[in-house]
Design a protein around this ligand. Structure first.
Ligand code: NAD
Length: 505
């Protein structure tokens, strides 16, 4: 790992690492980055201070004045080079993500692939930032709209996707002409520093101002500064609903823009017309992948009464075959939780479910022989949607509920505060269409015969209700990173007023 870190520009791994921009260091306290894979300290990192934040913002502000004037396809060319650089560093960065966050190596590499993919997407987008042309009601007038850069985009990211979610924001923001200030999760600072090093080199090679991409390693205090600062035109925040509510209030108080990607509580409905050969692997991957630490993890299974016992039996058998251990070992399917606080939440949720009528079908134990953060994936059957089922516990716990009518199933699926991802398994067209209709799933993502977990970068990603309502990544999500301007041009020799108003003088 030491060699990989060195190739990513992280050299001094035994003392404080203090890379923030090319040439100056974070001034705040030292924090440790731990690997949950083996409970070891990887390195210590200086947090950015309020003074650092101030310096970064003024560098970003002046960088914006230049960057916004670079033609969008030229900005796309720089992003293309960034994508190439991530291709070169994919193995090293994928290993670091896996080691620092604890997700499987395949998933760590998958995160870097997402960065590469969104770079490609953004390059194409840089030539497609289209506005509409409208017919004016006045003669010899032309009306159209165009999209301009917003300014500074503040990106607050969560630990579970320490790099991919940043790239969904940053690559789009850059082709849109914005500059970015990134505050990564304090639980995965090294992965962020590695990305910043890769970006910084591309910017330097192209003689582009460093302030186009700034990183400030900080805790929630820096997140709060960012939310309250009117110079940050858009705050794109990914994390818990608790965090999102705080950010939303701070940004709204100054009438700024926010894009919120918050917690999920995702369900799969399995009807009596489902193909279980498809449903079982989708449920298992969705519930145990990344040790249940994806915003799109499957947390609730709503299954038709007639199938419930058979399906639970198949799941218990599949869970028994899962290999848990060091995520860097490709043989293992499930790695650790992020830290001991997450283990505590896992245990508390299980206790609460069992105290409120839940029946344990699988798991529930810590795997202390592997380390402090390894837990068994767990299945609990519940009779109704009790309180703990309505909360997002960021751990591999699957709650199973039975239903009789599809209406009942959809009502259960929608009866939680979150609205991110959802899925139905059925071969019945009426059932799937109902689920996708305006009377169906209330989530931002609704799938048929594929699970809740994971998403392709081409679609707009995000969810409703307490998930925050933001959309990132594909489709027309780029519009959140720009401001729309409507323009009317009079090429005639008179000044007809709108609505036919006459104003004689
Ligand atoms: P978290 O809310 O604890 O922290 C997320 C980020 O917010 C961190 O960078 C943190 O420092 C910062 N932060 C915390 N409080 C803040 C405040 N008051 N003001 C400003 N910034 C603040 O979340 P986490 O534990 O890192 O990540 C897990 C959560 O993220 C889960 O709820 C998960 O569902 C969610 N998530 C959502 C998506 C999505 O796209 N919807 C993607 C990934 C993760």
């Amino acid at each position: 790992m030491k060699d990989r870190l060195a190739r990513l520009g992280i050299k001094d791994i035994n003392s404080g690492i203090s890379t923030v921009l090319y040439h100056w260091n974070g001034q705040g306290e030292l924090i440790d980055s731990f690997s949950p894979t083996n409970d070891s300290r990887i390195a210590s990192v200086n947090l950015g201070s309020a003074d650092d934040f101030e310096k970064i913002l003024s560098i970003a502000q002046s960088a914006f004045l230049e960057w916004r004037t670079v033609p969008a396809p030229k900005r796309g060319e720089i992003v293309r080079q960034m994508g190439d650089s991530f291709r070169v560093h994919k193995e090293d960065l994928g290993h670091l993500v896996s080691y620092e966050m604890g997700k499987s190596l395949q998933e760590g590499l998958g995160e870097v692939q997402e960065i590469i993919d969104i770079c490609d997407f953004a390059v194409g987008l840089s030539r497609q930032l289209y506005g509409l042309t409208m017919h004016s009601e006045r003669p010899q007038h032309r009306m159209y709209e165009q999209w301009h850069p917003l300014g500074i985009v503040g990106i607050i990211s969560a630990f579970n996707f320490p790099v991919a979610v940043w790239s969904w924001n940053a690559m789009l923001a850059w082709v849109c002409g914005d500059v970015c200030v990134w505050k990564p999760s304090e639980k995965a600072p090294l992965s962020a520093i590695a990305c910043q090093n890769i970006i910084a080199k591309v910017l330097k090679d192209n003689n582009v101002s460093e302030g186009v991409s700034s990183l400030i390693v900080g805790d929630r205090n820096i997140g709060e500064l960012m939310s309250k600062d009117a110079r940050v035109a858009l705050v794109s925040a990914t994390g818990s609903t608790r965090m999102g509510k705080a950010v939303a209030q701070n940004v709204a108080a100054r009438l700024g823009k926010s894009l919120l990607e918050l917690g999920g509580n995702n369900a799969i409905i399995v009807t009596e017309n489902a193909d279980l050969k498809l449903a079982v692997p989708a449920i298992v991957f969705g519930a145990v992948g990344t040790a249940g630490q994806r915003c799109t993890s499957t947390r609730r299974l709503i299954v038709h009464n007639s199938l419930k016992d058979r399906l639970v039996e198949s799941l218990v058998s599949a869970y028994g075959q899962m290999k848990i251990g060091d995520p860097l070992n490709k043989e293992n399917h499930i790695g650790p939780l992020i830290d001991e606080a997450a283990v505590e939440m896992y245990l508390n949720a299980i206790t609460s479910a069992l105290n409120n009528g839940g029946e344990l079908k699988y798991g529930g134990n810590l795997l202390t022989n592997l380390g402090k953060c390894y837990v068994e994936p767990t299945i609990i059957e519940v009779k109704e949607q009790i309180e703990v089922v309505c909360n997002e516990t960021f751990a591999p716990i699957l709650y199973v509920m039975a239903y009789e009518t599809l209406e009942e199933a959809i009502t259960l699926q929608n009866a939680v505060p979150q609205g991110l991802s959802s899925a139905i398994f059925t071969n019945n067209m009426q059932e799937s269409e109902w689920f996708l209709s305006n009377a169906g799933s209330d989530c931002g993502i609704a799938n048929v015969n594929i699970g809740t977990s994971g998403a392709e970068i081409g679609g707009a990603f995000g969810g409703e209700k307490e998930t925050g309502g933001g959309r990132e990544s594909g489709s027309d999500a780029w519009k959140a990173y720009m401001r729309r301007q409507t323009n009317t041009i009079n090429y005639g020799k008179s000044l007809p007023l709108a609505q036919g108003i006459k104003f004689d003088f």
